[in-house]
Unconditional design. Sequence first.
Length: 166
Amino acid sequence: MLNSEPSTTAQSIDQPIELARSQGVDQRLGFESPVLADSPLTDIALTDIALAETTVADPVAEPPIPFVQKQKPGVLREFLTAFITIFLAEIGDKTQLATLLMTAESQSPWVVFAGAAAALLTTSLLGVLIGRWLAQRLSEETLKTATGAGMLIISVLLLWDVVHLN
């Protein structure tokens, strides 16, 4: 357990706070927020850090669990990142060309739109479910490496087809 009595005076508590401010409050508290950089809540959090760092720990006790965690990116940011990435990847894609051709031949373009949208929604749902399942079983580094290797293999196979067509 931590001893609740600080090992130094109140003046020494201000030193870690000033150090944290000079290092950047965002980095010290684990989030990026210029709004919170000068707020009273930041001072409270930095004071808690300073108190935790200036207390004497019991040598037999377990190490303290860090209480500050990085915040996840906002929902809007994740949504926009996914939307822009997929939107740019799909422009001129074979799916878009197939939808264009089906719409040109159809008497009901809105039915084609609904069918294409449902198909894209379903494939996206499968991608999310499979991605979540894999993320629970494999490390992020392994997933990135496997994805990169898969893209590289597809690129080599496409290049092989192009070279052998001539």
